[in-house]
Design a binder for this molecule. Structure first.
Ligand code: SF4
Length: 329
């Protein structure tokens, strides 16, 4: 079975943007491949963050992932910092990672611009990503368009390590590009993101979902009910594609183009479908939140499975790189 690895930042509760953009696909993948999904807390600390909230945000993300449908019996869900081998392989890979390529990464340049003093960890972020994936010899990485450059660098790091220490040892990971839609925020401008305050949480109440959807941006061409619109440029239509059945999606497109209904009618249908789709997840999240020790135990078991795989890789990597074996190995 092909091994798949993907990670998500510990940003607390999932919102519908990261659910439709990534996690919904992960839930599908867990039944098709040998999957590891990781809450990447070591990556999160390369940006300014609050140490007082990191652990609760990490736990909230784990709750979200389980409630959204990741099943510990079908895939491995764990927290990155719970498997120390990520750090070790990260260091070893920094010795083959090309500095010029790291400096050329668009995300590094964007984020570095916004910081007064740029930490080396921000530059080395893609090396840690390479360690995450190569540690498990994963060959498929579900990524969005914005991560394709990092994946190319990951492949380069694997090639360089292989050239020096073991031809073909690490597979060169391939991007698993999904047809998941890029969900915009409720303002219809930027990507849905908590920092922009334009999200709907995955477990929000039905009232709150409707309150947020009602004023959300639509196709600006639909100034009045009589003006036809273009569903393809409307974020509400994108959300219909995520939550409504195909027949409804086709109906929405038709009524939008022919001005057959108003945007508020369209949003009400979306709200009803979204509320129905999210209800079981909301219930599951509430049950998990009542049992933090149970969630921690699931994460502990996930980390134990991941660590067993990671240790095997690290023993081989240390051996190929010529380190003296420790007595307890
Ligand atoms: S009818 Fe629906 S799809 Fe068309 S612009 Fe309004 S909200 Fe968007």
């Amino acid at each position: 079975m092909t091994r798949v690895f993907s990670g998500i930042q510990p940003s607390g509760e999932l919102h519908i943007g990261n659910y439709l953009g990534a996690v919904q696909n992960w839930v599908r993948l867990q039944t098709q491949h040998d999957c590891l999904f990781c809450v990447v807390d070591l990556h999160a600390i390369t940006q300014p963050y609050d140490p007082r909230t990191l652990s609760s945000l990490t736990l909230d993300m784990a709750v979200s992932l389980y409630a959204a449908g990741l099943d510990p019996d079908k895939c491995i869900v764990f927290v990155q910092s719970h498997v120390a081998e990520h750090n070790e392989l990260n260091w070893l890979l920094t010795t083959v990672a090309p500095l010029g390529e790291l400096e050329r990464q668009t995300q590094f340049k964007d984020k570095a611009q916004r910081q007064e003093s740029v930490p080396a960890g921000l530059l080395a972020y893609p090396v840690l990503q390479a360690a995450d994936v190569l540690l498990y010899k994963a060959s498929l990485v579900p990524v969005g368009e914005d991560q394709v450059q990092h994946l190319e660098l990951m492949r380069e790091i694997a090639r360089r390590w292989n050239a020096r220490y073991g031809a073909g040892y690490f597979p060169e990971p391939q991007a698993l590009l999904t047809n998941a839609k890029r969900v915009l925020g409720l303002d219809g401008k930027a990507k849905m993101s908590k920092s922009l305050g334009n999200t709907i949480g995955l477990f929000e109440s039905p009232e709150s979902i409707w309150e947020k959807l009602r004023p959300a941006a639509t196709d600006p061409a639909r100034k009045t009910r009589k003006d036809p619109g273009t569903p393809e440029i409307c974020n509400i239509f994108t959300l219909h594609q995520g939550f409504s059945p195909p027949q409804t999606v086709a109906d929405v497109a038709d009524k939008c183009r022919t001005a057959g209904w108003g945007c508020l009618d369209c949003k009400r249908v979306l709200a009803d479908n979204m509320i129905a789709a999210l209800a079981p997840m909301r219930e599951q999240a509430a049950a998990l939140r009542r049992d933090p020790p149970g969630v921690l135990e699931r994460l502990r078991a996930g980390a134990a499975k991941a660590r067993a795989l990671a240790r095997r890789t690290m023993a081989e990597v240390r051996d190929r790189m010529g380190f003296l074996k420790a007595a307890e190995d």
